[in-house]
Design a protein around this ligand. Structure first.
Ligand SMILES: CC(C)(COP(=O)(O)OP(=O)(O)OC[C@H]1O[C@@H](n2cnc3c(N)ncnc32)[C@H](O)[C@@H]1OP(=O)(O)O)[C@@H](O)C(=O)NCCC(=O)NCCS
Length: 164
């Protein structure tokens, strides 16, 4: 991480963070139906794996992984990146990479393949995902609402067998 970055801690996301997450969502996804605080609370209540990045000023980023399928036969478990975001004034300092690394470490513990959707014009996120082993699977036209933007579907293959 850059020497310029302020002290940042990565840890669990809590229900009490939901309003701050929703405020960030409005800034980060203005045209794509940003999540409400209740949606974050619901994600946490379901038990999905969420992490937070914090600086002295409070919450600066969040990310969430949902385990959506268990391993079966030769098929690995499956997980999805549900969301990841970093406050605009904190972007470009490695925080997104730190958050994603936590989510992928969790997936690797489970031996899970990881899927996600990302806007085809989101070069920052695409750069992050490609550099962490995601490959493009396909494209979903008009995936995002209300913008109508297209999404790439991407997958990072399972890193180890969940057998045993
Ligand atoms: C995508 C996002 C989470 C990345 O977080 P970040 O903290 O800015 O990213 P990092 O500084 O950790 O950079 C990680 C990698 O992302 C890519 N990246 C980051 N910013 C980029 C930019 N402006 N242009 C191109 N690639 C970029 C690079 O591959 C970078 O790796 P490098 O620094 O080794 O070159 C952040 O830009 C964000 O919150 N965007 C808005 C919300 C969003 O689009 N979320 C993803 C939805 S699928």
């Amino acid at each position: 991480m850059s020497d310029r970055a302020p002290a940042i801690t990565i840890g669990p996301l809590y229900s009490a963070d939901a309003p701050d997450c929703a405020a960030l969502e409005k800034v980060l996804f203005p045209g794509d139906d940003p999540w409400s605080a209740q949606m974050f609370r619901d994600e946490l209540a379901i038990g999905h794996f969420y992490v937070a990045a914090r600086s002295s000023g409070g919450l600066i980023g969040y990310g969430g992984l949902a385990v959506v399928g268990s391993a079966s036969g030769s098929h690995p478990a499956e997980a999805e990146i549900h969301t990841i975001g970093v406050a605009p004034d904190q972007q470009g300092h490695g925080v997104g990479r730190l958050l994603l690394a936590q989510l992928l470490a969790r997936a690797d513990e489970l031996g899970a393949a990881v899927f996600l959707e990302v806007r085809t014009d989101n070069s920052a996120a695409l750069g992050l995902y490609r550099s962490t082993g995601f490959e493009q699977l396909g494209i979903r036209r008009n995936y995002y609402r209300p913008s109508g933007a297209d999404a790439f579907t991407m997958c990072r293959p399972a890193r180890r067998s969940s057998a045993g």
